[in-house]
Design a protein. Sequence first.
Length: 455
Amino acid sequence: MTIGTTYPSFISYGKTATNFKDVQYCLNCCTSHCSDNCTFNNTVTSCTSDNSVLKYYVYYPNNYPNYSTCPLPAVILFHGGAYNECGDFNDEGVITMCQELAYRGFVCFDVNYRVGVLADAVDIVPGSNPPVNYTTAQQVLAIYRACQDARGAIRSIIQRQSDEGTGTINDPYRIDVNNLIIGGISAGSLIAMNAVYYQQQQMLDVIFGTSIKLAGTTNGVLGPMDADYYYGSPTIEYFSKIRCVFNMWGGMFIPKSNINSIGSFFSSDTYLPPIISFQGDLDDVFNIHQQGVYYSNTPLKQFDPTKESKCLIGSNKTFTPKQLNKDPDLYTIGASNIYNTFTGSSVFSELYVDCEMHHGLDCGGCPGDHDNPAKDKTCNACLFQSDFGTGLSTYADVYAYIAGREATFYQAIIGGKTGFINKTKFVECDNNRNKCTNTSDNTGTCADPPPCNND
């Protein structure tokens, strides 16, 4: 099967230029690659006024003959990049995943979202183990507006399909809007899971309003999470259309009041879709189990929130400092706790853990390079270790394996065969399953391995 790639003719899913705004911290500071020697412009000079800034690529099987009579399921993916300006939908990892999924018969959307954030100064919370930095207001603002855009993109893709053939929209592909898969990589995975599992505004207010007034329909500086900034209206309900969630080394925010009963935080959700997760046991961005988040009571040294407030929506454009204490303001949970929480709530889940992997696919044997995927992929002097027990030795091959696992996971769900699958946790272990029925390959050749050293 071959694939096609296109920008949609209606390239933006942003609705209006007057309401849709953003901060630009370092506009075009690096024309080709973001690098360590980039000189950041710390003064906010403008807000985004072009309503075409939010776009997505679409990857689709271009020789599929039955789009009109049998539309294909859609995968909506969000790229990583820590919400800074150097992360976008041209990232090689998300492009590779979209290509692999299109080869397997999905229409795959590679979605861009607003970015703009500076790295917080290294300011470690005393006594935190493993060490955790304080988080400033601008970090939380970046996450919140990215989550807004993720929801807006999902709604807009659904609306766009509904408008197909009306003369306004004419796409070369068709999707089944009742069979959606939502996922992402790293930061993109966080906003994907937010878009699926945080179904009420009050859940978001608890997360984002702990010490900074962000959310809410009245005084929130960025407006409600389901804001009316997009081609797809906030009235579009998409939760029931999602068949599964695809998490690649991401995390979820949990209020500290719920950390000992995580499932209770999601008890008001109308529907919890199944989830498949991949993560390294040595992940130092999202701990695979859980870690505290501590909000700072001082602005970032090189960041002036009064400048950022020029670009915020709403009447309340100030941030209230908090008094620091030894307790986290909230928590993030990683793939292991996500798996335990959802399986404990009878939600079908799968978990894949690599014991040597840090944050993202890496070369393991190259000290200091585990967070540099561009170098890792060409690091021939070291042994490629983030293979999830497969024995594969290249970046692209591991992504193909992940895409295959996700496709089989989805087929088991829509085929009603999840009850036949008797192994769902794979630690340093290759899952060779290629069918969803109770056959000899149900668990592949994977025996129960010992836990990682970090477990």
